[in-house]
Write a protein that binds this ligand. Structure first.
Ligand SMILES: [Zn+2]
Length: 314
């Protein structure tokens, strides 16, 4: 196993393309979030809603994670690609939304419920910047899923930028995206390598935390970074390993989205997480109950749409 890890690490090393860091922070004003009535219309039609400047999609990929940010500058950012079971459905949803190029793709960490559909995504779309964390050699997956993904990256000449706190992925007058984690080079738990992204669109902020757990949350808190966001994509599918009260208080979201599968084996989201979210007054959205969820924003207000087409074919 160690030998395989070493080989993989050697394969992986050249795919990383290191780049500079830039930290930029901004405040935001109180949010105005309105929950739209449940809609069953196709995702594609929904994305074309007139007058919307940005849409953040929290796809229902079953027990996994995948989000698409359609930004005011016309760029598309994909964070994670769900499971291998939902891969085909995810590609279809992205195509239905008119996506042909993904300007930035973030693979938060190499667990199968986040990179399961990544190979298909790389095969089907033009890829701009590809971002992933560099994990300890012992944690580099040895699965076929992962080695196939690396092979596709090599074939398509996709180089990876290392995910780390302070990395600026977009910064123009309409929107900013920067990573707040991972802070350090080594963690015991693979989930804590998760790339955590803060997207600022006008006055509104969206925090997407992958599967970052308590350790990463504490590091972000200690760093003194402004963690406030209007919408939080909860860490680790609503597990009690994430969403600590101190972190939630710092983020202080008006709405929280939990991405998890219907009747999943892990019991996500946990009652503890739901209680923590309720205690800070966040409105809770769940992909297991509301399928694909979309937050539309013009930079001043946020409107949620739920019940949209899922990637799982259900
Ligand atoms: Zn996960």
């Amino acid at each position: 196993m160690k030998k395989i890890s070493r080989i993989l690490a050697a394969v992986l090393a050249p795919v990383f393309l290191l780049c500079g860091c830039q930290i930029s922070l901004s405040g935001s004003t109180a949010s105005n979030i309105v929950s739209a009535p449940k809609s069953s219309k196709a995702a594609a039609a929904s994305s074309q809603a007139a007058g919307q400047k940005a849409s953040i999609w929290y796809f229902d990929v079953g027990q996994g994670d995948s989000e698409l940010l359609q930004l005011p500058n016309g760029k598309n950012v994909l964070i994670d690609a769900g499971t291998s079971e939902s891969a085909k459905g995810l590609v279809k949803l992205l195509k239905d939304l008119g996506v042909s190029k993904l300007d930035v793709v973030i693979a938060t960490h190499p667990h199968a419920d986040h990179i399961g559909g990544m190979q298909k995504v790389l095969e089907n779309f033009e890829i701009g910047q590809y971002v992933m964390p560099r994990v300890a050699d012992k944690d580099v997956p040895t699965t076929k899923l992962y080695t196939n993904l690396l092979t596709t990256m090599k074939q398509k000449n996709i180089k990876a930028t290392q995910a780390k706190a302070g990395l600026s992925l977009m910064n123009d007058s309409s929107c900013k995206i920067e990573l707040l984690a991972p802070k350090f080079a080594k963690y015991k738990e693979l989930n804590n390598y998760s790339a955590v992204a803060m997207a600022t669109i006008g006055e509104k902020k969206f925090l997407l935390t992958g599967d970052a757990e308590k350790e990463s949350e504490q590091e972000m808190l200690k760093s003194g970074t402004d963690l406030h966001a209007d919408v939080l994509k909860c860490g680790h599918h609503g597990s009690k390993t994430s969403s600590t009260v101190a972190f939630l208080k710092a983020v202080s979201p008006t709405a929280a989205v939990i991405s998890c599968g219907r009747g999943n084996d892990y019991g996500f989201p946990t009652q503890q997480t739901l209680s923590h979210l309720t205690s800070i007054g966040a409105k809770i959205y769940r992909t297991d109950e509301q399928k694909t969820i979309c937050a539309h924003t013009d930079g001043k207000t946020i409107t949620f749409e739920t019940g949209l087409a899922s990637a799982t074919g259900t």
